[in-house]
Design a protein around this ligand. Structure first.
Ligand code: PCA
Length: 200
């Protein structure tokens, strides 16, 4: 059976929950579509997050990769179109702040997702899950992980479907974190990700 590396993130920036953590834990070792899921939880850390991702790519040798991140405030599931070679913005969970910093010197400005993002949006919408392509993954850890992922695959000449999908907050996160933002049920978030995996 083919292997799909599914990554999620720990909570960050004072939020009590990251719904991507629950999804990757729930789906660990499950068979979905043509894939067996190999889940990894990444730290929100500019050094350790990308390092762990690279070692998982080398150990697991996946046939496809989907990285998940929370985009608190977004209303829809948003497959990302592009990752850029830039880190900037909020501190990571280790207190490290990046300002206008390239992820890797002398590497390309950006990489496009190799997931079928247009089809993913269509399938989600047809099944009642609001979705849109996003044209920016930001400049924080999610963009960093997407960039590292695509840069690594490119360097190793691996042509597999790989990319990043941002998801909205869960109801639980809004309630526990006392936040005022759009949210989905954790069940719908997970089912939408399962549907994506079935279709790539
Ligand atoms: N979302 C953050 C980092 C971790 C996560 O789940 C982001 O969008 O960069």
């Amino acid at each position: 059976m083919k292997k799909l590396l599914l990554t999620g993130f720990e909570p960050f920036l004072g939020l009590p929950i990251n719904p991507t953590e629950k999804i990757v834990k729930e789906l660990q070792n499950k068979n979905i579509g043509q894939y067996q899921i190999q889940s990894v939880l990444l730290p929100v850390d500019f050094e350790k997050g990308p390092e762990l991702l690279i070692s998982c790519l080398n150990d697991i040798k996946p046939d496809a990769v989907i990285s998940l991140g929370l985009a608190a405030g977004r209303k829809k599931i948003t497959p990302e179109r592009i990752a850029i070679n830039c880190r900037d913005g909020e501190p990571d969970n280790n207190g490290v702040v990046m300002v206008d910093s390239p992820i890797y010197e002398d590497e390309p400005a950006g990489y496009f997702s190799t997931l079928p993002i247009r089809e993913i949006v269509q399938i989600l919408n047809e099944n009642g899950y609001p979705a849109n392509i996003s044209n920016s993954a930001g400049t924080y850890l999610c963009n960093n992980i997407m960039y590292t992922l695509l840069n690594e695959l490119n360097k190793n000449n691996l042509h597999i479907p790989a990319g990043f999908i941002h998801i909205p907050a869960s109801h639980e996160l809004v309630i526990e974190g006392k936040k005022n933002m759009p949210s989905w049920s954790q069940r719908d978030l997970q089912q939408a990700i399962e549907l994506i995996i079935e279709n790539i």
